[in-house]
Design a protein around this ligand. Structure first.
Ligand code: NAD
Length: 368
């Protein structure tokens, strides 16, 4: 059988630095676990603009459509800030998301015990936290028409439209239920059905999909404003949260900060199932290209490594190896290994990006 295929797009700034550490993990899996990938690498963002004059070449887009999964580092940087909007590095990422039709954005918020002190919340509220926010990514108020700034009488009016079709709600709901079955089997759907018609439809469709296709999963509904309060009050009550594009944008950032550093946060964006039954998928750390620390060996590679762990789980059906990798990260943190972003003000000497990658590979090795 052919090896699973992975397209790596390191991008700009710290992207290539953190991706080099993922490469070490991939090398280890091949050597020690007999798990080999057909890895190809290409350009995205400013790096692609420098060579092709566009932030994502058509040939790269075609490769992304053909592989089992794409892993992206980060795009952007001050060098490209003055470029025309149409060729800005971020447009490369947006093109990938749009043309692969990645409608389901997975943002885990997981708090490793060793980092529980980093949260702005009390330790017992966040220690051991492991929740997953599923945000609808390709529709809703960021895309609905009409939109724009118009003049009515003698004043301007700004308009955006929240619009969801049944099928758009149904497919992201399925994505959340499928995920819940691999976790603690609980989904909480969040909307504002009390004041928005789109919220009423959201709640009805999620309930219908549940009753027809996923009756084994525990489903609850919550108004999104209450959801925001509950996330800060007692986040461990949740397992999977499914919500629309706008509420998901806000709630996932809020949940992310429960866990501490931006350098720790992975994400996945999933689309429709391919011929092999696995969804189209793009994995990427939540952080950007961090130009302030690029090229200095200071970047934390864990967000990118954990994004690859998500790829192992959701695209390559290697849940056991994903668990092993996440446990290796946990072990390294428990041993006190820290990149600069994870240092307390008073604490010790940070390791470099490369040393963190080496420590994670050593922990993988020790797990055998
Ligand atoms: P950023 O995420 O790049 O950096 C914010 C802060 O967090 C910086 O101080 C940075 O040093 C720190 N940081 C980020 N990742 C880190 C890591 N792995 N290890 C240690 N520290 C880390 O956000 P920004 O500064 O607002 O944006 C910088 C550039 O990145 C901009 O061009 C922006 O458009 C782009 N960006 C890209 C993405 C993406 O590729 N998905 C996301 C956000 C921002």
């Amino acid at each position: 059988m052919a090896n699973p295929s992975l397209l790596i797009l390191p991008g700009d700034g710290i992207g290539p630095e953190v991706m080099a550490e993922v490469r070490k993990v991939i090398g280890w899996l091949g050597e020690k676990r007999g798990l080999n990938f057909d890895v190809s690498e290409d350009l995205v963002g400013g790096a692609a603009y420098d060579v092709h004059g566009v932030p994502l070449a058509d040939s790269t887009m075609a490769k992304a459509q053909a592989v089992d999964a794409v892993l992206l580092g980060a795009v952007g940087g001050p060098k490209y800030d003055k470029l025309d909007f149409s060729v800005k590095p971020e447009r490369g990422l947006l093109r990938l998301r749009k043309e692969m039709d990645l409608y389901s954005n997975l943002r885990p918020a997981q708090c490793f015990d060793a980092l529980a002190d980093f949260s702005s919340l009390k330790k017992d509220v966040v220690a051991g936290l492991d929740i997953m926010i599923v945000r609808e990514l390709t529709s809703g108020v960021y895309f609905g028409e009409p939109r724009g700034i118009f003049t009515e009488g003698n004043e301007r009016v700004g308009i955006n439209t929240q619009r969801y079709t049944e099928s758009e709600i149904a497919r992201v709901a399925r994505s959340a239920f499928e995920l819940a079955r691999r976790r603690s089997n609980r989904v909480c759907s969040m909307e504002k059905a009390n004041v928005m018609e789109s919220g009423i439809l959201w709640r009805e469709v999620v309930q219908e999909i549940h009753d027809k296709e996923y009756p084994d999963v525990e489903l609850s509904h919550m108004y999104a404003d209450n959801g925001a309060m509950q996330l800060v009050r007692w986040p461990k009550q949740f397992d999977v949260i499914v919500t629309d594009n706008l509420f998901g944008d806000v709630l996932s950032d809020c949940a992310a900060m429960l866990t501490g550093s931006l350098g720790m946060l992975p994400s996945a964006s999933l689309g429709a199932p391919m011929a092999n039954g696995r969804p189209k998928a793009l994995y990427e750390p939540v952080h950007g290209s961090a130009p302030d620390i690029a090229g200095q060996g200071k970047a934390n590679p864990i967000a990118c490594i954990l994004s690859f762990a998500m790829a192992l789980r959701y695209s390559f059906d290697q849940g056991a190896e994903a668990d092993r990798l996440e446990k290796a990260v946990e072990k390294v943190l428990a041993d006190g290994v820290r990149t600069a972003d994870l240092m307390q003000k008073d604490g010790g000497t940070p390791v470099t990006t490369s040393q963190m990658g080496d420590a994670i590979v050593a922990a993988l090795e020790a797990s055998l």
